[in-house]
Design a protein around this ligand. Structure first.
Ligand code: 5GP
Length: 201
Protein backbone atom coordinates (compact mmCIF):
# COMPACT_ATOMS: atom_id res chain seq x y z
CA UNK A 1 0.00 0.00 0.00
CA UNK A 2 1.77 3.07 -1.36
CA UNK A 3 0.52 5.62 1.18
CA UNK A 4 1.60 3.41 4.07
CA UNK A 5 5.06 2.87 2.59
CA UNK A 6 5.48 6.62 2.14
CA UNK A 7 4.45 7.17 5.73
CA UNK A 8 6.94 4.56 6.97
CA UNK A 9 9.70 6.08 4.85
CA UNK A 10 8.96 9.61 6.04
CA UNK A 11 8.20 8.99 9.69
CA UNK A 12 9.37 5.51 10.67
CA UNK A 13 12.37 5.22 12.96
CA UNK A 14 14.54 2.12 12.88
CA UNK A 15 15.25 1.35 16.52
CA UNK A 16 17.23 -1.83 15.85
CA UNK A 17 17.56 -4.53 13.23
CA UNK A 18 14.24 -5.95 14.41
CA UNK A 19 12.15 -3.04 15.69
CA UNK A 20 10.53 -0.20 13.75
CA UNK A 21 8.99 2.71 15.62
CA UNK A 22 5.91 4.26 14.02
CA UNK A 23 4.57 6.22 16.97
CA UNK A 24 3.69 9.26 14.85
CA UNK A 25 0.86 7.55 12.96
CA UNK A 26 0.06 4.10 14.37
CA UNK A 27 1.37 3.28 17.85
CA UNK A 28 0.89 6.50 19.81
CA UNK A 29 -0.42 9.36 17.68
CA UNK A 30 -2.86 8.04 15.07
CA UNK A 31 -3.35 9.36 11.55
CA UNK A 32 -7.11 9.04 10.93
CA UNK A 33 -6.86 9.58 7.16
CA UNK A 34 -4.29 6.83 6.85
CA UNK A 35 -6.39 4.54 9.09
CA UNK A 36 -9.38 5.27 6.85
CA UNK A 37 -7.40 4.20 3.78
CA UNK A 38 -6.15 1.12 5.64
CA UNK A 39 -9.73 0.22 6.56
CA UNK A 40 -10.84 0.53 2.94
CA UNK A 41 -7.95 -1.62 1.75
CA UNK A 42 -8.62 -4.45 4.22
CA UNK A 43 -12.35 -4.25 3.51
CA UNK A 44 -11.76 -4.65 -0.22
CA UNK A 45 -9.50 -7.64 0.35
CA UNK A 46 -11.97 -9.43 2.62
CA UNK A 47 -15.34 -8.11 1.39
CA UNK A 48 -16.50 -11.42 -0.08
CA UNK A 49 -15.65 -13.54 2.94
CA UNK A 50 -18.84 -13.14 4.96
CA UNK A 51 -17.04 -11.64 7.92
CA UNK A 52 -19.28 -10.98 10.92
CA UNK A 53 -16.68 -9.67 13.35
CA UNK A 54 -13.18 -8.30 13.61
CA UNK A 55 -10.96 -9.55 16.42
CA UNK A 56 -7.89 -7.58 17.42
CA UNK A 57 -5.73 -6.90 20.46
CA UNK A 58 -5.31 -3.71 22.45
CA UNK A 59 -4.11 -1.17 21.90
CA UNK A 60 -2.52 -0.59 18.50
CA UNK A 61 -4.70 -3.05 16.61
CA UNK A 62 -7.82 -1.09 17.50
CA UNK A 63 -7.54 1.88 15.12
CA UNK A 64 -7.05 -0.10 11.89
CA UNK A 65 -9.59 -2.68 13.07
CA UNK A 66 -12.28 -0.06 13.76
CA UNK A 67 -11.79 1.53 10.35
CA UNK A 68 -12.08 -1.89 8.72
CA UNK A 69 -15.15 -2.68 10.80
CA UNK A 70 -16.70 0.60 9.67
CA UNK A 71 -16.17 -0.34 6.02
CA UNK A 72 -17.40 -3.92 6.42
CA UNK A 73 -20.18 -2.81 8.75
CA UNK A 74 -19.32 -5.35 11.44
CA UNK A 75 -18.42 -4.96 15.14
CA UNK A 76 -14.85 -4.95 16.38
CA UNK A 77 -13.78 -6.85 19.50
CA UNK A 78 -10.39 -6.30 21.08
CA UNK A 79 -8.72 -8.76 23.39
CA UNK A 80 -7.72 -7.17 26.67
CA UNK A 81 -4.22 -7.56 27.99
CA UNK A 82 -4.93 -6.47 31.54
CA UNK A 83 -7.31 -7.79 34.10
CA UNK A 84 -10.42 -5.68 34.51
CA UNK A 85 -12.95 -5.59 37.33
CA UNK A 86 -15.67 -5.54 34.71
CA UNK A 87 -14.29 -8.50 32.78
CA UNK A 88 -14.02 -11.48 35.11
CA UNK A 89 -16.34 -14.30 34.11
CA UNK A 90 -16.96 -16.34 30.99
CA UNK A 91 -13.75 -15.42 29.26
CA UNK A 92 -11.83 -17.00 26.46
CA UNK A 93 -8.14 -16.57 27.25
CA UNK A 94 -4.74 -17.22 25.68
CA UNK A 95 -1.15 -16.60 26.73
CA UNK A 96 0.79 -14.22 24.51
CA UNK A 97 4.48 -13.40 24.63
CA UNK A 98 4.92 -9.75 23.70
CA UNK A 99 7.69 -9.05 21.21
CA UNK A 100 8.10 -5.42 22.26
CA UNK A 101 7.48 -5.76 26.00
CA UNK A 102 9.37 -9.07 26.32
CA UNK A 103 6.84 -10.51 28.76
CA UNK A 104 4.00 -13.00 28.66
CA UNK A 105 0.50 -11.82 29.40
CA UNK A 106 -2.88 -13.45 29.41
CA UNK A 107 -5.24 -11.91 26.89
CA UNK A 108 -8.98 -12.30 27.22
CA UNK A 109 -12.26 -11.81 25.39
CA UNK A 110 -15.72 -12.18 26.86
CA UNK A 111 -17.71 -15.10 25.47
CA UNK A 112 -20.54 -12.60 24.92
CA UNK A 113 -18.79 -11.10 21.95
CA UNK A 114 -17.54 -14.04 19.92
CA UNK A 115 -19.33 -17.27 19.15
CA UNK A 116 -19.54 -20.27 16.84
CA UNK A 117 -21.79 -18.21 14.57
CA UNK A 118 -19.01 -15.75 13.83
CA UNK A 119 -16.65 -15.57 10.91
CA UNK A 120 -13.80 -13.46 12.18
CA UNK A 121 -11.10 -11.38 10.61
CA UNK A 122 -8.13 -11.24 12.97
CA UNK A 123 -6.16 -8.00 12.78
CA UNK A 124 -3.06 -6.43 14.28
CA UNK A 125 -0.69 -3.54 13.63
CA UNK A 126 2.55 -5.55 13.29
CA UNK A 127 3.40 -9.17 12.58
CA UNK A 128 6.75 -10.27 14.00
CA UNK A 129 6.89 -13.81 15.40
CA UNK A 130 3.16 -14.31 15.24
CA UNK A 131 2.49 -14.69 18.95
CA UNK A 132 -0.25 -12.05 19.17
CA UNK A 133 -2.01 -13.41 16.08
CA UNK A 134 -1.74 -16.98 17.38
CA UNK A 135 -3.23 -15.88 20.70
CA UNK A 136 -6.18 -14.39 18.82
CA UNK A 137 -6.48 -17.57 16.73
CA UNK A 138 -6.59 -19.57 19.98
CA UNK A 139 -9.39 -17.38 21.33
CA UNK A 140 -11.38 -17.68 18.09
CA UNK A 141 -10.91 -21.46 18.17
CA UNK A 142 -12.04 -21.67 21.79
CA UNK A 143 -15.20 -19.82 20.74
CA UNK A 144 -15.54 -22.26 17.79
CA UNK A 145 -15.67 -19.24 15.47
CA UNK A 146 -14.61 -19.53 11.86
CA UNK A 147 -11.42 -17.65 10.89
CA UNK A 148 -11.59 -15.87 7.52
CA UNK A 149 -8.05 -14.58 7.63
CA UNK A 150 -5.51 -12.39 9.32
CA UNK A 151 -5.01 -8.73 8.36
CA UNK A 152 -1.72 -7.08 9.26
CA UNK A 153 -0.73 -3.47 8.69
CA UNK A 154 3.06 -4.02 8.75
CA UNK A 155 4.56 -7.48 8.41
CA UNK A 156 8.24 -7.97 9.09
CA UNK A 157 9.01 -10.65 6.55
CA UNK A 158 12.39 -11.45 8.06
CA UNK A 159 10.72 -12.77 11.21
CA UNK A 160 8.86 -16.07 11.51
CA UNK A 161 5.24 -15.05 12.10
CA UNK A 162 4.12 -14.84 8.48
CA UNK A 163 5.42 -18.23 7.46
CA UNK A 164 4.21 -19.82 10.70
CA UNK A 165 0.64 -18.60 10.16
CA UNK A 166 0.61 -19.35 6.42
CA UNK A 167 1.98 -22.86 7.02
CA UNK A 168 -0.92 -23.41 9.38
CA UNK A 169 -3.21 -22.57 6.46
CA UNK A 170 -4.36 -19.09 7.42
CA UNK A 171 -4.82 -16.43 4.79
CA UNK A 172 -2.52 -13.60 5.90
CA UNK A 173 -2.95 -10.24 4.17
CA UNK A 174 -0.31 -7.64 4.97
CA UNK A 175 -0.55 -4.10 3.63
CA UNK A 176 3.21 -3.83 3.53
CA UNK A 177 6.04 -6.25 4.18
CA UNK A 178 9.43 -5.15 5.41
CA UNK A 179 12.30 -7.30 4.25
CA UNK A 180 15.01 -5.79 6.46
CA UNK A 181 15.77 -3.09 8.99
CA UNK A 182 19.48 -2.52 8.59
CA UNK A 183 21.75 0.46 9.19
CA UNK A 184 18.76 2.66 9.87
CA UNK A 185 17.16 1.74 6.55
CA UNK A 186 13.75 0.23 5.98
CA UNK A 187 13.70 -2.16 3.01
CA UNK A 188 10.40 -3.32 1.61
CA UNK A 189 9.51 -6.52 -0.18
CA UNK A 190 8.29 -6.11 -3.75
CA UNK A 191 10.73 -3.40 -4.60
CA UNK A 192 8.81 -0.21 -3.74
CA UNK A 193 11.25 2.28 -2.37
CA UNK A 194 13.26 2.89 0.75
CA UNK A 195 15.00 5.75 2.37
CA UNK A 196 17.75 6.15 4.89
CA UNK A 197 16.23 7.09 8.23
CA UNK A 198 18.13 8.39 11.19
CA UNK A 199 19.14 6.04 13.96
CA UNK A 200 17.87 7.67 17.11
CA UNK A 201 19.43 5.48 19.75
P1 5GP B 1 4.34 -10.88 17.34
O1 5GP B 1 3.31 -11.29 18.34
O2 5GP B 1 3.94 -11.17 15.92
O3 5GP B 1 5.71 -11.43 17.68
O4 5GP B 1 4.51 -9.31 17.46
C1 5GP B 1 3.44 -8.49 17.10
C2 5GP B 1 3.10 -7.53 18.21
O5 5GP B 1 4.28 -6.94 18.74
C3 5GP B 1 2.24 -6.42 17.68
O6 5GP B 1 1.03 -6.41 18.42
C4 5GP B 1 3.02 -5.15 17.90
O7 5GP B 1 2.36 -4.33 18.81
C5 5GP B 1 4.35 -5.56 18.46
N1 5GP B 1 5.46 -5.38 17.50
C6 5GP B 1 6.20 -6.35 16.92
N2 5GP B 1 7.19 -5.85 16.18
C7 5GP B 1 7.08 -4.51 16.28
C8 5GP B 1 7.84 -3.43 15.71
O8 5GP B 1 8.84 -3.59 14.97
N3 5GP B 1 7.41 -2.18 16.03
C9 5GP B 1 6.33 -1.95 16.83
N4 5GP B 1 6.00 -0.68 17.07
N5 5GP B 1 5.60 -2.95 17.38
C10 5GP B 1 5.97 -4.22 17.11
Amino acid sequence: MKLLIEKINNEGIVLSSSVLKVDSFLNHQIDPQLMHEIGKEFASRFEDCGITKILTIESSGIAPAVMTGLQLNVPVVFARKRKSLTLVNNLYTASVYSFTKEETSEISVSNQYISENDKVLIMDDFLANGQAALGLVEIAEKAKANIAGIGIVIEKGFQDGGSLLREKGYRVESLTTISALENGTVSFEKNTFSKKVELTR
